[in-house]
Write a protein that binds this ligand. Structure first.
Ligand SMILES: *[C@@H]1O[C@H](CO)[C@@H](O)[C@H](O)[C@H]1NC(C)=O
Ligand SMILES: *[C@@H]1O[C@H](CO)[C@@H](O)[C@H](O)[C@H]1NC(C)=O
Ligand SMILES: *[C@@H]1O[C@H](CO)[C@@H](O)[C@H](O)[C@H]1NC(C)=O
Ligand SMILES: *[C@@H]1O[C@H](CO)[C@@H](O)[C@H](O)[C@H]1NC(C)=O
Ligand SMILES: *[C@@H]1O[C@H](CO)[C@@H](O)[C@H](O)[C@H]1NC(C)=O
Ligand SMILES: *[C@@H]1O[C@H](CO)[C@@H](O)[C@H](O)[C@H]1NC(C)=O
Length: 195
């Protein structure tokens, strides 16, 4: 899997880089798709554990997927689906993980209102948050929902893990769409990816 971004993303990234070289002191948000590479580093992406517990939808919902959100409302028309089963087995400890260098992080999901959603957020090995939405009896989806926000990270490298499900809890459906992190542009001068 090469996870190359569609060409428009490179355009946006190049614009951002040009802009960064002019406006050194301003922070910048980098948006990382659930599937494609981090457009700033071009060498990192979101990983999924265990890999075979997760399903990927590229443009259309995969055949065996539980959820069928509208792809046109998702970032790059892609999302990853995980179904947590408290009984054990494949979906009993499943998480998405992403490494980044920045001072803030925002995790965005699609929320299926027909199913239950429980998530736990682990930052640099410490649990820092929970998100829960019980089903509301309607087969609809909410898009671009910031399920975890942290604006007070120390400058440097961090790992955010999004675990699906609450230990000993109910079945949970997680639909990861994208992660945004806030980068300190000064660092660009030290390790900018070569063009
Ligand atoms: C980054 O995105 C978040 C969420 O949209 C926003 O609140 C924040 O102001 C943005 N930060 C920058 C530096 O653009
Ligand atoms: C990103 O990495 C891939 C794989 O190594 C490479 O093919 C592609 O040209 C790189 N893109 C940029 C903008 O550096
Ligand atoms: C369930 O949530 C959806 C999406 O937010 C909303 O449109 C719908 O009205 C809600 N249904 C009920 C019964 O609250
Ligand atoms: C943000 O991360 C720090 C650790 O870097 C943690 O102490 C703090 O509780 C987190 N804040 C939120 C809102 O999760
Ligand atoms: C963060 O990690 C990257 C990749 O490993 C490394 O190049 C960079 O120097 C690190 N930044 C800091 C502040 O440690
Ligand atoms: C599991 O779902 C039931 C029914 O919606 C609810 O009453 C219960 O509190 C949930 N349990 C947990 C641990 O969230």
């Amino acid at each position: 899997m090469t996870r190359l971004l569609p060409v428009i993303a490179f355009g946006q990234w190049l614009l951002a880089l040009v802009w960064l070289s002019c406006v050194e002191s301003t922070l910048v948000n980098i948006t990382v798709d659930n599937y494609y590479r981090d457009p700033l580093t071009n060498t990192t992406w979101v990983t999924y554990t265990p890999t075979n517990a997760w399903k990927l939808s590229l443009g259309t919902a995969c055949d065996s997927c539980y959820a069928h959100p509208d792809p046109s409302h998702t970032y790059f028309r892609t999302w990853n689906e995980g179904v947590y089963n408290p009984g054990g087995g494949l979906g009993s400890d499943m998480y998405a993980s992403f490494d980044f260098e920045g001072v803030a992080v925002y995790v965005y999901c699609v929320i299926p209102r027909a199913g239950n959603v429980d998530m736990r957020f682990v930052l640099d090995g410490q649990q820092v948050g929970l998100y829960s939405r019980p089903p509301n009896g309607t087969d609809t989806y909410e898009y671009n929902i910031p399920v975890y926000v942290n604006k007070s990270l120390s400058a440097g490298n961090h790992t955010i893990q999004v675990h699906n499900g609450e230990l000993g809890g109910n079945q949970s459906i997680m639909l990861l769409d994208y992660i945004v992190y806030t980068y300190v542009p000064f660092s660009v001068y030290h390790h900018a990816p070569s063009l």
